[in-house]
Write a protein that binds this ligand. Structure first.
Ligand code: ZN
Length: 97
């Protein structure tokens, strides 16, 4: 999935990364672990279930976020633009290492 931001940055996200970085409480291991920015470990979480990383649908939530519906029925993640922007930046960093 490619997202172009209003500041001119464009990032391309593999579906597996988006799923690993799912910001919902369930995926982060509790509400206390929910953060406004993605953890570095989202780049190293292996995902075995192919259905879990199949993107079924994307819905806009107002003008501040998107919600992703995954192939295994997981729909809890609300990815706001800030979260996605930081995720894209971190991914570029990780790629250039
Ligand atoms: Zn989740």
């Amino acid at each position: 999935m490619t997202i172009a931001f209003s500041d001119g940055a464009t990032f391309e996200y593999p579906f597996s990364l988006l799923r690993s970085a799912c910001p919902c409480a369930q995926c982060r291991g509790g509400h206390e672990n929910m953060k406004p920015e993605p953890d570095d470990d989202v780049f190293s979480i292996p995902l075995m279930d192919a259905r879990a990383t199949r993107l079924e649908d994307v819905k806009a939530i107002g003008n501040y976020a998107i919600s992703i519906i995954w192939g295994d029925g997981h729909t809890h993640g609300i990815y706001n633009w800030h979260y996605l922007h930081v995720l894209g930046e971190k991914q570029k960093e990780a790629d250039s290492r």
